[in-house]
Design a protein around this ligand. Structure first.
Ligand code: SF4
Ligand code: SF4
Length: 197
């Protein structure tokens, strides 16, 4: 199915609201990430991607639906389905050595939170530790974080907001297990619509 036709059809299905909600959440996160990284001088190393070499994200229904949408829109479904089927390694199945993330604009939430989000300590205090591959060392002191609390990106907050995008289930699955099913489902919905109009 051609990309433009797919986008036209998917907008008419019940999945479009979920796709839009996830996209809006990621746009909000991107703005907040920029503010946080500027305020605390946090940077990923250019062209790094080491986080994807030994990580395989466990993702929700909504994250997988948004990824599947991006994969079909970019006409990469055959390539991704083959990678999922043959998956053996410990790197993320979407990782490619030359370009790092092969679906970067559609990547899951956890990948967007790397090296920009704080988590809550045991007394609710914000905690942030630089990614070990970023070239920066250690934690930003909690007192510094608290001084600019409004500029923080919270893992807990974005995790909860992603849960709100998940209408049907809160369970998660590894990319190679969930993506084939999601890709096939979105294509099935679009084919159905096409054949009935
Ligand atoms: S989805 Fe992309 S950014 Fe996330 S771990 Fe996989 S390759 Fe890396
Ligand atoms: S989070 Fe760490 S490993 Fe991933 S791109 Fe940034 S610096 Fe590199």
């Amino acid at each position: 199915m051609k990309s433009r036709e797919f986008v036209t059809l998917i907008k008419q299905t019940g999945k479009w609201e979920m796709i839009e909600n996830v996209k809006n959440l990621y746009q909000t996160l991107a703005k907040r990430e920029k503010t946080f990284c500027e305020a605390f001088d946090v940077h990923c190393k250019a062209c790094c991607g080491s986080c994807c070499e030994c990580f395989n994200p466990d993702i929700t229904d909504a994250e997988a639906t948004y990824l599947a949408y991006g994969i079909i829109k970019e006409n990469k479904e055959e390539q991704v389905l083959a990678k999922c089927k043959d998956y053996r390694g410990k790197a993320c199945p979407l990782y490619a050595k030359d370009i790092f993330c092969s679906l970067y604009p559609y990547r899951p939430l956890i990948c967007r939170l790397f090296n920009c989000a704080v988590s809550n300590g045991k007394n609710g205090e914000p905690q942030f530790r630089h990614c070990k591959w970023s070239g920066e060392i250690g934690e930003i002191p909690s007192t510094e974080l608290q001084k600019q609390r409004r500029k923080l990106v919270s893992m807990e907050e974005f995790g909860m907001r992603m849960d709100e995008c998940n209408h049907e289930t809160e369970s998660t699955a590894l990319i190679q297990d969930i993506l084939p099913e999601k890709i096939e489902h979105l294509l099935y919905l679009c084919d159905n619509l096409k054949n009935n109009t």
